[in-house]
Design a protein around this ligand. Structure first.
Ligand code: BT5
Length: 251
């Protein structure tokens, strides 16, 4: 059952010991008209990544989905994904973790992980879902999966956690900081892209982006005002939207 998780934030918190996916619960709440709710679970039994991938969600992580009703067209929604990545990066840095953002939706620790040169271990991923019309969204769910008090051996992929990087960290304080920073960022949307650029591990790197329409290889030079990646390729600049990106590797 849902119990209260006391936080001082502009979100009502709905806490569960276990859920299949906080995004699914948040979608239900959104469809019922809720707004500014943070659904948090100690563990998920069916955590989802993008494109049907699985998200390991053992007890001790921050598995959280924000129900939002921003008055924006769908094209601006990726900015909320970037804002969530900035918020988690800042909470992690304040806890002493050397975190940075990998476009579009990952927070990584660049020097952690294996030595394959694939560029760091993943600390957090963001899964944003929405419903609405072309001119205006009706709701957005921003799902944040942050490996806080978990052992990376329990996680799929090349993962790290706050605990593995710096030792124990109070999970509640971490969640509180993420929500505060997210709130600051969404109230100043024009500042999100700059905040993202300042924390980016991807810009200035040579990248290969697998898209639904083939690979794009070149130098990651910037992000657009809507958070799409600008890649300088042999054939000129290409703009890649987060929704079209299957994988990004630094080469
Ligand atoms: C993501 O997907 O990075 C988005 C993850 C969003 C998870 C949150 S948790 C709260 C909310 N409720 C949900 O059900 N989901 C959201 P993607 O870019 O597709 O990355 C998925 C890949 O990351 C997997 O294929 C694994 O390789 C790897 N992976 C899985 N679990 C991981 C973990 N806990 N930490 C790091 N990497 C992981």
């Amino acid at each position: 059952a849902a119990v209260a998780f006391e936080l001082d934030a502009d979100f009502d918190v709905e806490y569960h010991d276990a859920l299949p996916s906080t995004n699914d619960r948040a979608r239900e709440l959104a469809a019922d008209g809720a707004s500014d709710v943070a659904v948090i679970a100690d563990r998920q039994t069916g955590g989802r990544g993008r494109r049907g991938r699985e998200w390991s969600s053992p007890s001790g992580g921050v598995w959280m989905s924000l129900v939002l009703r921003p008055d924006v067209p769908p094209a601006r929604v990726p900015l909320l994904t970037l804002a969530a990545a900035v918020a988690v990066t800042d909470a992690a840095r304040e806890a002493g973790v050397d975190a940075a953002i990998k476009w579009p939706n990952d927070v990584i620790v660049p020097d952690a992980g294996d030595d394959s040169g694939r560029g760091g271990a993943k600390l957090c991923g963001v899964l944003t879902e929405m419903e609405g019309e072309a001119s205006r969204v009706s709701w957005v769910v921003v799902g944040i999966g942050a490996n806080v008090d978990v052992d990376p051996d329990e996680l799929a992929g090349d993962a790290t956690s706050v605990r593995a990087e710096v030792g124990d960290v109070p999970r509640r304080a971490f969640v509180q900081r993420v929500l505060e920073r997210f709130d600051e960022l969404r109230s100043d949307p024009a500042g999100i892209v700059d905040a993202w650029r300042e924390r980016a591990a991807t810009l200035g790197e040579r990248v290969r982006v697998e898209t639904t329409d083939g690979d794009i290889e070149g130098d990651a030079v910037d992000v657009t005002e809507y958070g799409a990646l600008v890649v300088d390729t042999e054939d000129g600049e290409r703009v890649v939207h987060a929704g079209d990106c299957q994988h990004l590797r630094t080469t």
